[in-house]
Write a protein that binds this ligand. Structure first.
Ligand code: C2E
Ligand code: MG
Ligand code: MG
Ligand code: MG
Length: 277
């Protein structure tokens, strides 16, 4: 960004604010049309059992290739979609696509694999979210237990009781609930205790730390907390072998990360499955 400031040779807070604002406005301008124009795609990142090193499931990750803006990071456009409430419609599209994908995976004979879908808390606040989930599962003839919903604690603060009961309804039909980016926010432990979480996803910032100091037991203790609470524990953002070794030694259940595979399109997943299983 500093280079773009040109002659001035310094960047002020206002410059950054301005750039962000311009970017935000153009994202908003093109975002809603992007669904009609078929500009979204899901990529899938494999999740592996750390002991057998086989694929147990996939996380669906949304991609937007805008003809006007190029590839836009989901971190940016999801935020805008939440602000405009377009996230409800977009999130439903993601859920249906991911279920369709898993149906095709299962039809190829991989009958135990799961799919994890990131959802925004705003979708939960939308009263018929459980029905949307049930309908999507039914129309793709999937058992609820093969779907996991990933939530982040970021904006969970408000309406906590309402969100907890919504999640419990989904849990009651056997949909899995993952707490994403665990440890990155403020009150993670409290969420683990108060919400019907089945999977703890340890955030990449902790996994990065392993690479720097693999003697430190800190991440091992986090894994123990999750396991002692009866959760499945998965490490996100595993990039190097010594992280993998550490996580295996400390009994982490699963891993996800570039070490094994980047998020890739459906066709590549089918190729990978043939090689891996
Ligand atoms: P997330 O749910 O925590 O997803 C993991 C992110 O880490 C993904 O980024 C993934 O590509 C990236 N990643 C995976 N393994 C590695 C690794 O080894 N190293 C590094 N450096 N990164 C790794 P991505 O796809 O850019 O997504 C960013 C975030 O956007 C997601 O974080 C999630 O919060 C949000 N997001 C993506 N798709 C959706 C969606 O369909 N709905 C909602 N509500 N949010 C989504
Ligand atoms: Mg996620
Ligand atoms: Mg997330
Ligand atoms: Mg995450």
């Amino acid at each position: 960004q500093a280079k773009k400031a040109g002659k001035k040779n310094y960047v002020t807070f206002n410059d950054i604010m301005h750039e962000d604002l311009v970017e935000r406005i153009s994202i908003e301008k093109y975002l809603e049309k992007a669904l009609e124009h078929n500009e979204f795609e899901l990529h899938y990142q494999p999740q592996l059992d750390i002991r057998t090193e086989t694929i147990t499931g996939f996380e669906a990750l949304l991609r937007w290739n805008s003809p006007d803006l190029g590839a836009v990071s989901p971190i940016k456009f999801i935020k805008v979609a939440e602000e405009t409430h377009f996230i409800n419609q977009l999130g439903e599209w993601v859920l249906n696509k991911a279920c369709g994908f898993l149906k095709r995976v299962r039809e190829k004979g991989y009958s135990n694999l799961t799919v994890s879908v990131n959802i925004s808390i705003l979708q939960l606040l939308n009263t018929n979210f459980q029905d949307i989930v049930k309908e999507s599962l039914q129309s793709h003839q999937l058992e609820p237990k093969c779907l996991e919903l990933e939530i982040t604690e970021s904006i969970l603060m408000e309406s906590f009781d309402f969100i907890a009961s919504r999640l419990q309804e989904l849990r009651d039909i056997n949909v899995g609930i993952a707490l994403d980016d665990f440890g990155k926010g403020y009150s993670s432990l409290n969420y683990l205790k108060q919400l019907p979480i089945t999977t703890m996803k340890i955030d990449k910032i902790f996994i990065d730390h392993i690479a720097e100091d693999s003697e430190d037991d800190f991440v091992g203790h986090i894994i123990s907390i999750g396991k002692n609470m009866g959760m499945n524990v998965i490490a996100e953002g595993v990039e190097v072998q010594n992280q993998f070794n550490y996580l295996k030694k400390h009994n982490c259940d699963k891993i996800q990360g570039f070490l094994f595979c980047h998020p890739i399109p459906e066709a590549d997943i089918f190729r990978l499955l043939e090689e891996n299983q």
